[in-house]
Design a protein around this ligand. Structure first.
Ligand code: NDP
Length: 472
């Protein structure tokens, strides 16, 4: 740990951050607030993937897609809605307007914090020297060289495109946010976060959606009951699921694409969307001019303090390919800035109770261990309920049942996992994540008074153990 006063002044900056996404911006701002001389470079979008090609526009699209359900549900409450239409171009325009506003907020936050901004592509010339070249965001910029005592790589990740014949015809989430027209039909490959969320978005907006994934259920790694609830809801939303298969090739004729699956099935579609994971963005970073080590798929190897194998160079967020979520990148950036430039102890985070949410309609959210993971550590008591939320008793729509599930360690009675599928699941689960992080017990949940009438009150009224799963 060192204070800014201790940094010797032979370098242009005390800290140089490569990449102005969620993690990089937080790291730069906090370091500057501790008195460090900080610079940051961004080649593409101020605010990074989350703001421009991820969480923010996705959430706006999800919101847009859920109105179709609300229109239908309103009839059961006495409303009559004339036929409704959706204007995709207007949605894109409104979204772009908001993203531009956020880009401005990000640059202004950095400037107000005293951070020096560089627009362009940064690459290492040596472990303390960065060259900034023209990039997409600044095509006519003049190349320049900057030195810094410490450098943070916060370049994030980029969509992975599997290699198969015709893959070049497919789009990824990067392009999906800028389509000029909503495709009438979409084949989505991948049953992870992005595949599931975009399947819900396009189906809600009226496209015919086919979702292809290699497993028997979507969202591998999530709790099995949550995955089953989601699979049922995907079907109920009119999406066709092609499970335990993969795309073999895509061909193209004048008006459509033909997708052939491993199982021999063919699908004609207006758009093929690859949601097949993301990988660290390290291309043209000049890592060969440092002692930085990378692992599978280009993941930058770091220790517990985000230090790479090159002394003085750190990496945070998706480029380290650990928990690839915005709040985790922010936490890492904040902690690193504290560790490098503040004399007080860095903030501690509970990464193993990082909550997760997937914004299907309805959404789902999880914290802590799945039933299967918990059962590897000891016997677990499962408390679980499926029910129809109150407002759907009048909506006259066939809707998925809400699922609330608590995973309780049998011996200690600590709640080690919570999983919710249903309206507002992410909003509810954020608070439950505090309880799980604090290692509260089932008895603590039981002595908490509920809020009536809500779905969330089920969390504190689950009296009967559904089953005890024995250690495997
Ligand atoms: P995920 O890792 O969530 O899912 C990838 C999917 O693609 C899986 O179904 C995987 O199958 C499949 N897949 C991988 N390789 C191939 C291949 N070669 N052929 C066919 N299928 C393949 O990645 P996403 O792209 O959905 O999202 C990337 C990351 O972004 C997420 O992991 C998450 O960290 C983050 N994210 C978070 C969101 C949120 O917080 N709500 C929203 C969107 C993204 P299999 O399971 O068989 O490996």
């Amino acid at each position: 740990m060192s204070s800014p006063q201790n940094n010797h002044r032979n370098y242009d900056f005390d800290l140089f951050v490569i990449g102005a996404g969620s993690g990089g911006v937080r790291c730069a701002r906090i370091a500057a607030s501790h008195g460090a001389r900080v610079a940051i470079a961004e080649s593409r979008h101020w605010g990074g993937t989350c703001v421009n090609l991820g969480c923010v526009p996705k959430k706006l699209f999800v919101r847009a897609s859920t109105f179709s359900d609300l229109f239908k549900e309103s009839h059961g409450f006495g409303w009559s809605t004339p036929s409704v239409t959706h204007d995709w171009a207007r949605l894109i325009e409104a979204k772009n307007h908001e993203i531009t506003r956020l880009n401005g907020i990000y640059t202004s936050l950095l400037e107000k914090a005293g951070v020096t901004l560089f627009t362009g592509h940064a690459r290492f010339l040596d472990p303390n020297t960065i060259q900034i070249d023209p990039s997409e965001l600044a095509p006519h910029a003049i190349s320049r060289t900057i030195t810094a005592e410490r450098i943070v790589i916060a370049t994030g990740s980029t969509p992975t495109r599997p290699d198969f014949p015709g893959a070049e015809f497919a789009i990824t989430s990067d392009e999906a946010f800028y389509l000029s027209q909503r495709p009438a039909s979409v084949v989505i490959v991948g049953g992870g976060y992005i595949g599931v969320e975009f399947a819900g978005i396009f189906a809600g907006l009226g496209s015919q959606v086919d979702l292809i994934y290699r497993r028997d259920l979507p969202l591998y790694g999530f709790d099995e009951d949550l995955r089953k609830s989601l699979a049922d809801a995907i079907t109920l939303r009119g999406i066709t699921q092609h499970t335990s298969t993969n795309i073999r090739h895509i061909t193209c004729d004048s008006s459509s694409y033909v997708v052939t699956l491993d199982n021999g099935y063919t699908l004609k579609t207006a758009c093929v969307f690859l949601a097949t994971g993301r990988h660290p963005k390290i291309d043209k970073l000049g890592l060969e001019n440092t002692a930085i080590t990378t692992a599978t798929a280009g993941r930058i190897v770091v220790d517990d303090h985000n230090q790479t194998t090159q002394k003085g160079v750190y990496a945070i967020g998706d480029v380290t390919d650990r928990i690839n979520l915005t709040p985790v990148a922010i936490a890492e950036g904040h902690t690193l800035a504290d560790m490098l430039f503040s004399s007080s102890s860095p903030r501690q985070w509970s990464y193993n109770t990082t909550p997760k949410a997937v914004f299907f309609s309805p959404p789902l959210a999880s914290v802590g261990l799945t039933e299967a993971e918990a059962a590897q550590k000891g016997d677990v008591d499962i408390y679980m309920t499926h029910f129809t939320p109150l407002h759907h008793t009048l909506s006259e729509q066939k809707v998925p049942k809400t699922l609330i599930k608590l995973v309780v360690d049998h011996k200690s009675q600590k709640v080690v996992g919570a999983h919710i599928f249903g309206d507002d699941a992410p909003e509810i689960l954020q608070s439950v994540a505090i309880a799980v992080t604090a290692e509260l017990t089932k008895a603590d949940f039981d002595r908490t008074i509920g809020i009536h009438p809500t779905s969330a009150e089920e969390l504190v009224t689950l009296r009967t153990c559904t089953r005890t799963t024995r250690m495997t």
